[in-house]
Design a protein around this ligand. Structure first.
Ligand code: F6P
Length: 332
């Protein structure tokens, strides 16, 4: 097995894993083209680590990635594989990589994906590179993960539409957005939609304070939008409504859970460009003999950090943006 030496890099495998995110196809396209242009055989692995264990490999060509840059999802498929955590079952993955003479592996996904790849790298010494691909944008070492910008814009479009109904019916809408344990989609969509409030897991939610804020915000206003991150300590949008309802009897409270529409759709220009740059850079890093790195984009410059830092280090939540949101309110 190649340890990342330039000369021996003949076959590069890659997979998408965890939740799909818009831009993953652009990344696959970039990896394939980047490999073929350097006389390396690109091998796509279907359905993430599940497909790796099953040996579901696909030697790809230019035509396989024709006209995919504009599509959401991932043509390789993805999965959340519990089996991969089992060392016995992981032996199948190792076997398949060896049998197929794979010299380097690129994984596109979130921290769970990187953890899986790191374990593999330790067990067989294969060179690995991680590319952050998740709508949650919760990966340390990059300003943006692939898919986040598209998801954020999807949320904004949906909330703008909900605002029409909220205003027409004088309603208070609790809009639940994704983000797993992180509040980045929630906070930034709240700013971009002019939401009256946001509930994020990074801050403790005080129900009584929330009730007071809803009352004061509604004086003279026709509607309120409260963005609720799915991981908030008070629960999802319906849980929050159940907690505030006894104190807001005269208010028309509604919940809207945006769900998986946030993960789909055509990637924005930003995500397409980011994904194309990261895919190409990942191939270059493997050729340069690099391994155990995660690619990040900081200030629009691509950089690398240790993949372990990408997994373990936590991003500081931008509390200044919370303050900004509160300064945008019409009343205190
Ligand atoms: O990590 C991406 C994400 O969409 C999270 O925001 C969400 O909590 C989770 O995946 C949902 O996963 P699934 O589609 O497996 O239910």
């Amino acid at each position: 097995m190649n340890q990342g030496k330039t000369s021996a890099m003949k076959k590069i495998a890659f997979l998408t894993s965890g939740g799909d995110s818009p831009g993953m196809n652009a990344c696959i396209r970039s990896i394939v083209k980047s490999c073929l242009n350097r006389n390396i055989i690109p091998v796509g692995i279907r359905d993430g680590f599940k497909g790796l264990m099953a040996g579901d490999f696909w030697e790809m060509n230019y035509s396989d990635v024709d006209n995919i840059i504009q599509f959401g999802g991932t043509i390789l498929g993805t999965a959340r594989s519990e089996d991969f955590k089992n060392p016995e079952k992981r032996k199948d993955a190792i076997l398949k990589l060896v049998e197929n003479n794979i010299d380097g592996l690129i994984v596109v996904g979130g921290d769970g994906t990187f953890t899986g790849a790191t374990i593999l790298a330790k067990e067989i010494g294969i060179a690995i590179i991680g590319i952050p691909g998740t709508i949650d944008n919760d990966i340390f070492g990059t300003d943006h993960s692939i898919g986040y910008d598209t998801a954020l814009n999807t949320v904004i479009e949906a909330v703008d539409k909900i605002r029409d109904t909220a205003t027409s019916h004088h309603r208070v809408f609790f809009v639940e957005v994704m983000g797993k344990h992180a509040g980045f989609i929630a906070l930034n969509s709240a700013i971009a939609t002019g939401a009256e409030m946001v509930l994020v897991p990074e801050e403790v939610t005080d129900i009584q304070l929330l009730v007071q804020q809803i009352k004061s915000q509604n004086q003279g206003k026709r509607s309120s939008i409260i963005i609720v991150a799915e991981g908030d300590d008070a629960g999802g949008s319906l849980d929050v409504i159940n907690k505030v309802r006894p104190f807001l009897e005269n208010y028309d409270l509604r919940s809207s859970v945006l769900g998986h529409i946030q993960r789909g759709g055509s990637p924005t220009a930003f995500d397409r460009i980011l994904a194309t740059r990261m895919g190409d850079f990942a191939v270059q890093l493997l050729l340069d003999g690099k391994s155990n790195l995660m690619i990040g984009s900081v200030g629009d410059k691509l950089q690398t950090i240790s993949i372990l830092d990408g997994i373990n280090k936590k991003i500081d939540f931008d509390t200044e943006k919370l303050t900004l949101l509160s300064r945008m309110l019409t009343s205190k």
